[in-house]
Design a protein around this ligand. Structure first.
Ligand code: ATP
Ligand code: MG
Length: 332
């Protein structure tokens, strides 16, 4: 099976519906076809300030939601980045073959560091893409499924792999970015021209995987629509209604034209009830299973430790090869 690798930052207390439908559901689908590695990049998370207890808690919660959402530990490898020290070790070597100008051209750093002075951003944030290259290259994957915003970082990983191979001999697989066109894009319920986002959405704009049924229904009921009364799919003129139709379509697997037909002559309230029911039905088992897993943190930690050991079997081979090629002494 070809190998793929994906990660999601532990940046919120709960995944939101966009993370779930736009990422996790796709991950679950790749498991049969691919030898998949899924990880929680907590080392990337500390490139901006984090509360220690909060980070650990969110890392566990994120892992629990991955498992509850269908990551199958018999098929895939699930691990936390900081528990696989090879990531930091390879990142250092890659830092030393990355040009300063090359790193300076990464647009995510420019975006994230634009506010505040030079010392408001850490050097860690600056070398974030190099750590991400290490995350990828350690596992020798053929493909890296990412959103469009990560295209430049995968390009850097490819450049570094090619450069290392050229200088030190064939070591890394040069991976392809797999940019998903399809994947559902879910918009903010209160601001349906912006995507639903952990950091940018207000609580009322979000549907969280860990919200109870009542909260989900309340949020959807108060979703922004428009002054019109026709249920139609028109992203430009009816973003709120279109978002609700897209959510319903993704969750139920019914095509949008069929939904538009079904709701012909009905009111927005009817659509909202249908969306709320469908979302609750989809999320309820994920929420229940997550809460169950979180009741036994020791068991969850054991699952993650086993995942880290499995990841290290692959990562340590790559790192040993790299250390040898750059001229480090044999391991002691
Ligand atoms: P942040 O606001 O901190 O960037 P986020 O809500 O955008 O958080 P990420 O952690 O950046 O979430 O993304 C995790 C995964 O979820 C990525 O694969 C991303 O493409 C996907 N994703 C995030 N938001 C949405 C959305 N609204 N619709 C579909 N997919 C999404
Ligand atoms: Mg994001």
């Amino acid at each position: 099976r070809p190998r793929v690798l994906s990660g999601m930052q532990p940046s919120g207390d709960s995944l939101h519906l966009g993370n779930y439908l736009g990422a996790l559901v796709n991950w679950v689908q790749t498991q049969d076809e691919y030898d998949a590695f899924f990880f929680i990049p907590d080392m990337h998370a500390i490139t901006v300030p984090q509360d220690a207890a909060g980070l650990r808690d969110r890392t566990r919660k994120t892992a629990a939601q991955f498992i509850a959402g269908g990551i199958d530990l018999d098929k895939s490898t699930l691990f936390v980045q900081s528990q696989v020290p090879e990531h930091a070790q390879l990142a250092w070597v890659l830092n030393c073959i990355t040009g300063f100008g090359e790193a300076s051209r990464m647009t995510q750093f420019k975006d994230k560091s634009s506010k505040g002075g030079a010392d408001a951003s850490s050097v860690g944030l600056f070398t974030y893409p190099v750590l991400m290259a290490a995350d990828i290259l350690l596992y020798q994957p053929q493909g890296v499924p990412v959103g469009d915003d990560q295209r430049q970082h995968v390009e850097l990983a490819r450049d570094l792999a090619t450069r290392f191979n050229h200088r030190f001999g064939e070591t890394f697989v040069v991976p392809q970015a797999i940019i998903k066109k399809e994947g559902a894009r879910i918009y903010d319920l209160q601001n349906p021209t912006s995507k639903m986002s952990k950091s940018a959405s207000s609580p009322n704009g979000l549907i969280n995987v860990l919200d109870d049924a009542k909260t989900v229904a309340k949020r959807i009921k108060s979703a922004v629509t428009d002054a019109d009364t026709v249920i139609a799919h028109d992203r430009a003129n009816k973003p709120g209604v279109s978002n609700l139709l897209e959510i319903l379509s993704t969750v139920t697997g019914t095509a949008i034209p069929a939904l538009v037909n079904e709701f012909d002559g009905k009111m927005y309230g009817h659509l909202k009830v249908a969306v709320a029911d469908a979302v609750v039905e989809a999320l309820a088992p994920v929420r229940a299973r997550t809460l169950e897993l979180l009741e036994d943190p020791a068991e969850l930690d054991a699952i993650l430790a086993a995942g880290a050991l499995k990841a290290r079997e692959v990562a340590s081979k790559t790192l040993a090869d790299v250390y040898d090629r750059v001229g480090f002494m044999a391991p002691v």
